[in-house]
Design a protein around this ligand. Structure first.
Ligand SMILES: Cc1cc2nc3c(=O)[nH]c(=O)nc-3n(C[C@H](O)[C@H](O)[C@H](O)COP(=O)(O)O)c2cc1C
Length: 171
């Protein structure tokens, strides 16, 4: 897909075909995240890739809004360092957002659907994923071929109008 088409085709997919993803496609998506920019290039993230069906089912229990993880072909947990420093926490959130978006666009480029899930229960996430005490699972990104309809550029996205969002020169 062209980059511009991939940007316009990406949407949250919450129903997936029962079809695995090629290892090289998963590697490309993870590599897109690894290459993301971050504050002073500190790369605060670790990515945990889960593809086992039973393991995905366990992961889907980390929040009430993560049910779709259970039927994904693969899910990437985005793990960040805990910090007492509010500035560092803000930077890590911004950075992981950039890594996320790079992965979502790389996935869309391959026709692979993606979704987000917040993580409410950190104890459950830690027990499923085994990350250390000084880290937390910021989000889950689930992946798979969309079961509802293939990805294609969305003509009228559900977004605030361009002229309301974009300010020329001053607010
Ligand atoms: C930080 C963040 C957290 C999100 N958490 C969830 C979630 O827990 N469960 C879910 O189904 N979708 C989640 N989403 C997806 C958003 O609801 C979705 O991106 C938004 O409604 C726009 O829809 P679109 O992605 O299809 O364009 C999350 C998105 C973001 C950016």
């Amino acid at each position: 897909m062209e980059t511009w088409d991939a940007i316009r085709a990406r949407r949250n997919v919450r129903e997936f075909e029962d079809r695995s993803l090629a290892a090289e496609h998963l590697e490309r998506i993870l590599e897109a995240g690894r290459r993301a920019p971050s504050s002073r290039n500190w790369q605060p993230w670790d990515f945990i890739l889960v593809t086992d069906r039973e393991h995905l089912g366990e992961l889907a229990k980390v929040s009430r809004s993560a049910g779709h993880v259970a039927t994904s072909a693969a899910t990437i947990a985005l793990v960040l360092p805990r910090s007492e420093n509010a500035g560092a926490r803000d930077r890590a959130q911004y950075d992981v957002g950039q890594a996320t978006m790079a992965m979502l666009i790389a996935a869309a480029d391959l026709g692979i659907g993606s979704g987000h899930a917040a993580v409410a229960d950190q104890d459950r996430a830690r027990s499923a994923l085994g990350f250390p005490e000084d880290r937390y699972a910021a989000y889950l990104i689930d992946l798979g071929y969309p079961a509802d309809r293939p990805l294609k550029p969305i003509r009228n996205p559900n977004r605030r109008p361009f002229d309301e969002v974009v300010h020329g020169g001053r607010w």
